[in-house]
Write a protein that binds this ligand. Sequence first.
Ligand SMILES: [Mg+2]
Length: 189
Amino acid sequence: MPDQMNRALFLDRDGVVNVEKNYVHRIADFEFVSGIMDLCACALTLGFRIIIITNQAGIARGYYTVRDYDRLTGWMLDQFSLHDVHIDRVYYCPFHPTAGLGKYKYDSYDRKPNPGMILKARKDFNLALPDSVLIGDKDTDVMAGLSAGVGYNVLLSESLPDIEDSECLHYSSLPDITAWIAGNFRQSR
Ligand SMILES: [Mg+2]
């Protein structure tokens, strides 16, 4: 049985952690979204684990390598650490079902909107998904959360969602999401 206290904040990467610039893979292009550190600090105070789940089709498409991705991820985690934010794990999916090259052309269960990465995290950290929160900037992020059984799925977008309103929460900035989390969750551990 998952521990009820063991909840996670799932973050999409591009468009939530860093500003979306299409296939970001260089440190020079990686710009943290305003408010991400405060959001994470708030979530940690409330006892959330923080887990990043990211589609990285740029690897499949040959735009950059796993090594490039790993280098950027290491740097990103260092930046979080400098702000006392511990990210429990980053899951990524390097595949694409049609545009992938060679072994990366694969219809992966990990690729959002599929729930594979979230379900792996549930197993790895014994998470209570109904008590967990997911934040993404695309409908496919929300769909992955819904499919996995994440209790609170938040779309970060300045435009109105295509997805049914009833299926997700919708905010246009990270500070707004931080305020929502601070106002609706109690400290759990
Ligand atoms: Mg995104």
